[in-house]
Design a protein around this ligand. Structure first.
Ligand SMILES: [Zn+2]
Length: 71
């Protein structure tokens, strides 16, 4: 879908981020969801390659905090 995060394609776009990951085809500006924004480049690569859900990269405590914050 058009309004989905360009990294995971699972969550709506919330932020503009900048990534430079040659192996993922990222060369600057990328529109990302709240989950992908704070992940490191290694996690981003894994998500794009294996179509993982970025929510799974957060430990439960942080996960709950983010959900609460965005409710
Ligand atoms: Zn995402």
């Amino acid at each position: 879908m058009k309004n989905d995060c360009q990294i995971c394609r699972k969550h709506p776009i919330m932020y503009k981020d900048y990534r430079f990951l040659d192996n993922c085809g990222l060369q600057g500006k990328v529109l990302v969801c709240q989950w992908c924004r704070d992940l490191n480049d290694v996690a981003i690569s894994d998500i794009m390659r294996d179509e993982l859900d970025p929510e799974d990269f957060y430990i439960q405590e942080i996960h709950d905090e983010i959900k609460k914050h965005n409710r």
